[in-house]
Design a protein around this ligand. Structure first.
Ligand code: DQA
Length: 144
């Protein structure tokens, strides 16, 4: 079965208690379950990870590039300023979809910039956990 990585950046482990009015009541475990369930439906093995550490996230992106593994990535706050992450994504050898739970374009000014969008395959934002489901479906359809 084809593997897809779902990588999550800083503070996303705190979903459920973190600003629920912005990010909803679902927890990170709910997010991981939804991704694995969607993967089962689509015939994909989904490997879900979260880190608060930029270096670790960069090393995971290298792992995806070396294995030609598609990625669904919520870079969280790194979205807005991590050139290291942007340069790692530029080396991708398979689709990488940037996702966000909220719609950063409707929020504070600093969230309007994504330094990774230009090297991603595409971006899905504003649909809560469904952003991840839609990204997994886009990857599965691209595989056909
Ligand atoms: C986020 C949006 C980012 O601006 C923020 O820093 C996050 C979460 C989202 O999923 O909506 O941590 O990526």
């Amino acid at each position: 079965m084809r593997t897809v990585f779902v990588f999550n950046g800083p503070n996303l482990s705190r979903l459920g208690t973190r600003e629920p009015e912005v990010y909803g009541a679902e927890t990170f475990d709910d997010l991981a379950s939804l991704c694995r369930q969607t993967g089962r439906e689509l015939g994909l093995t989904v490997d879900v990870r979260q880190t608060d550490d930029e270096a670790e996230l960069v090393s995971w992106i290298h792992e995806a590039a070396d294995g030609s593994i598609p990625v669904v990535l919520n870079p969280a706050a790194f979205t807005h300023y991590s050139y290291a992450l942007r340069d790692a994504i530029a080396q991708r050898t398979a689709p990488l979809i940037e996702v966000h739970l909220s719609n950063p374009a409707t929020r504070e000014e600093f969230r309007h910039t994504s330094v990774v969008a230009a090297v991603a395959t595409g971006t899905i934002a504003g649909f809560g956990l469904r952003s991840y489901e839609l990204a997994l479906r886009a990857i599965a359809e691209g595989e056909r």
